[in-house]
Design a binder for this molecule. Structure first.
Ligand SMILES: C[S@@+](CC[C@H](N)C(=O)[O-])C[C@H]1O[C@@H](n2cnc3c(N)ncnc32)[C@H](O)[C@@H]1O
Length: 172
């Protein structure tokens, strides 16, 4: 029993450490910015929404619940995935899905909107930028929070004041 608990704790710590070094450690998007984010996303019922590194699942839940999108949250850190799984239990929404997975292993060919909150601009170039360019279909949108994607021209940069976090919209 103790051994199982120790293995579980070890896996929680390991997956959290790996995720922190991959895209970003868990820092949630501000709740008050969800309105701005989804206004830019212009998400329609039935569209496929992804949050790559979904943290506690707040955007994924909002996309399914308020916009009737098929919302998929991808999260690598085990404790955060469990938090998402609990939200899923309470929401009982068929449109809502969470996957315990490395975002780099998910094929994004069907995505209409992809949301990414990375740790720094440096994380939004190289591997992840290449993945989006290779997999996203024409007409899909990418929203990034706080940092732009190097080398892409945003359609809109939403930053109402100096105190606000910038939200970037890109269209494919
Ligand atoms: C800055 S937080 C953003 C959380 C959420 N998207 C939000 O905006 O509230 C980044 C999240 O990405 C997760 N993450 C980092 N690398 C990942 C990877 N390779 N695959 C899946 N999730 C990852 C982290 O565990 C963390 O929860």
């Amino acid at each position: 029993m103790i051994q199982s608990v120790l293995i579980f704790v070890f896996l929680c710590l390991l997956t959290t450490a790996v995720a922190s070094g991959s895209l970003a450690p868990w820092v949630p998007s501000r709740k008050k910015d969800l309105i701005r984010i989804f206004k830019l996303a212009d998400l329609k019922p039935g569209e496929i929404f992804y949050d790559l590194g979904c943290g506690d699942g707040r955007l994924t839940v909002c996309a399914a619940k308020n916009f009737k999108a098929r919302a998929i949250g991808i999260e690598l850190a085990l404790p955060l995935f469990f938090a998402c799984a609990i939200k899923k239990l309470f929401n009982r929404n068929e449109l809502l899905k969470f996957k315990l997975k490395n975002l780099f292993k998910e094929n994004l060919a069907e995505a209409d909107v992809v949301y990414i909150f990375a740790q720094s601009p440096g994380k939004l170039k190289g591997k992840i930028k290449q993945k989006l360019e290779n997999e996203l279909k024409p007409g899909s949108r990418v929203i990034t929070y706080a940092f732009p994607v190097e080398g892409w021209r945003p359609e809109i940069i939403d930053k109402p004041s100096d105190q606000d976090v910038a939200v970037y919209l890109y269209k494919f």
